[in-house]
Design a binder for this molecule. Sequence first.
Ligand code: BGC
Length: 930
Amino acid sequence: MKLTQNTFICLIIKIAILCFGFNRITANTAPQKDLLNPKELRVEYLENPMGITVLSPRFSWLLEGNGRNRSQSAYQILVSSSKKNLEEDQGDTWDSGKVSSHDTNQIVYAGDNLISNTDYYWKVKIWDESNQESEWSEPGHWSMGLLNFSDWQGQFISHDVGYDTTDKYDSLYLPPARYLRKSFQITKKVKRATVYSTALGLYELRLNGEKVGDDYFAPGWTDYNERLYYQTHDITNSIKQGDNAIGAVIADGWYAGYIGYALLVRLDKVREFYGVNPSFMGQLHIQYEDGTEEVLATDSTWKSNEGPVREADILMGEKYDARLEHSGWDTPGYDDQGWKTPKVYTYPDGKLEAHPSSLIKNIERLRPVKITEPEPGTYIFDLGKNFAGIAELKVEGPAGTEVRLRFGEILKQDGNIQTENLRLARATDTYILKGEGVEVWQPKFTYHGFQYVEVTGYPGKPSLDAITGIVLSSIKTDASTFKTSNEMNNTLYENIKTTQEANFFDIPTDCPQRDERLGWTGDAQTYMRSATYNADVASFMTKFLVDLDDAQRWYGAYPNFAPFPYSRPNQYSPAWMDAGIIIPYNMYKVYNDKRILEFMYKGMEKFMEFQADASTDFIRPGGGNNWGDWLAVDEETSKGYIGASFYGYDAKLMAEIAEVLGRTQDAQKYRVLFENIKKAFSEKYILPDGRTTEDTQTTYALALYFDLFPENLAEKGAARLAEKIEKNSFKFSSGFLGTKHVMLALSKYGYHDLAYKLFKQTEYPSWGYSVENGSTSIWERWNSYTKNDAENSDLNAKMNSFSHYAFGSVAEWMFLHAVGIGTEDGGYRNIRIKPVISKEVDFINGSYKSINGTIASSWKWQGNKVLMTVDIPVNTKAKVHIPIENISDLREGNKKLAKVPSIKVVATNEKEAILEIGSGTYSFSFKYAP
Ligand code: BGC
């Protein structure tokens, strides 16, 4: 195009206007960045918790905002005694003032003494990196529970159902549930009504015909001799002027019912581990508008009875005879004259505290995917996945019809459910119809691990909606996302989450189906870090650590499971007892929780002394039960090796824990101990050529991961591990303890392709093998089942769970190495992004919602180039490791790295470049030849 003089002048003028205008626009708006606003307020890790008993609770919030390098420079917290005061910015209980700090979690309340049975309201605002002040957050809320002995007026009450002294081994004793009720009147205007309740046993609280709250299995499982948890509910809107009725249904639960394998192995006690009769205690605190207050507590003026729940046992199942319902028993106006005076029990000896976490809830409802009828009148409902929970039954038919539900994880070849692997868990629910229209029933005091429900006795042919799966869990696995090009691995990820939900059931259980369901410590420690990636388990694991601390043996060992209801001596084992150190350490690492480290510290020291005592020249022998590398295949690692190596790992973690707690002398003591163990260990178990004396996959994995190899031999050890895996056709020979460490050790020493080959493997033994065999969950054993082997082999019949999270511990590797999200300090403030990139997969996308916000990392191949995207949350920093030799080949966005001022290059070497970035989204691209 030819420019005429006129158009040229016009162009110059336009450019001038544009430039001038642009300058004005930038001058007006440039410095203003989006405000960072605090969200998702939590108190003691919980959203608006009720009735807590922590006297100086900890606060946290999350920050969100656009742009890069955003951070908090200060915060202010207001805590008020009323909503109104908070709205008017009156922190009458605590005004922290403007505190210069980057912290957004583990912030300890420091206001006036918190008062029993009182509501508190709080909010927070922050100042960003440019000192811009945010809005106040949405208000948060919590209430304090009953803090003083004198606050408690309720008595533990129950209904006397007699006692059947049946032979304890050969027949089951399953007493009925007990019903308790009380009518009361409200004559004045209510300002606030709160109910505090608990039971020795299990209870469901009722008010005016409705269940109070949405919890299952209240009050949770603890060592009831040590402590009992209670629940708090705000019922201000559920009580009415005039007549009201409150009630409770109680059953044996963990307190008095069957627990674990006691019946199977014929222990002295098979049930009633904490007491014989379940009892309930509660009190209703009513504050009236006129300033007066009334407490209505359980006592002998309540009424008691039996009812339709004829049997109620966690392992054995529930039986409900609807013909025996007391219609309207939990509503006002019910005539309870025929009911009895309850039996009053004395208070238990232990502590009475608020449950530190949330209770079990119904997290999902499942519609059956299929019904089959392998035998006339036997209907099998397939719920599509193997979960923990109950089945809701919908039925219509004549009174007295008995419908029986049994549960199985897999089907036999004839299409019937397999129940042999449940061992002595009867896992059978029975419903007897009252014959009045459509009847819908859910059991209250039992649960099962199952995919299939066998229904017999159903009147007529059931339709698909006769059964609904009620998925129960203490947690939701919504903290992470994971996707890769290999579909099998995506299914594996789903299976891991399903199995975690099925087993995070007030405590981390080994399995939800057979007569076990115990808080096995070895399983919990090996899976701990994986658990944190999939779900927010901060309060859940806090609760479990209290159980573990309560269960510590007098001589210092942590037991095989917690709570520990049996009175059996020497119930400990290497790699199981070490949960007492490994789990708290990870609570610090993931949630920056130093308080739990302080809480556990004395016990951990005692445990270290126990280990020192048991050791000779720094070698801790096997000892206790010692299951070794449980369920390993083909190779056996000696129990001594496992005992000695975990002792070294404990010493290493203790040094770090002591350092974090500012106990520098202790830290030094444990560092020296670690060095001594390492020396003794390598002298005993590591040969001069870098091989271990036992030469199993597990021996290399543990020693490499625990840093027990002498520095000059570690590379050789790693090479030998790699060689062994190759020779074993890229398959495992390891069990519960070795497997995840094989993955972690391979990635630590740069054998990325090998780690991916194991991850993708579908031949036995591998994770893919279970997925290829149609599993929706993680199996206890590598070879739990094959499509061609659906008949019960001896193995299947005896001990075989299809919902065991322990082998799901590969999730730790998936997030730490494949996605590449780790933390350098406690709580992901200083994040490490270091994905292991391999040609074995086309891409990996993942994210993790940490206590400091959501971190995302993904990478994919584009020809011989890698595109990597990273999302770093506000108020955190990340070191990003990029496998590149020459930094000048690296681009971020469309620019060469040198042109992106917000990125700092902190180190380069022949293997990688390490960049430091602040919050924001970054896309890197680089050529890579692994
Ligand atoms: C449990 C395991 C547990 C093991 C101890 C089993 O019965 O199910 O998960 O760790 O015993 O070896």
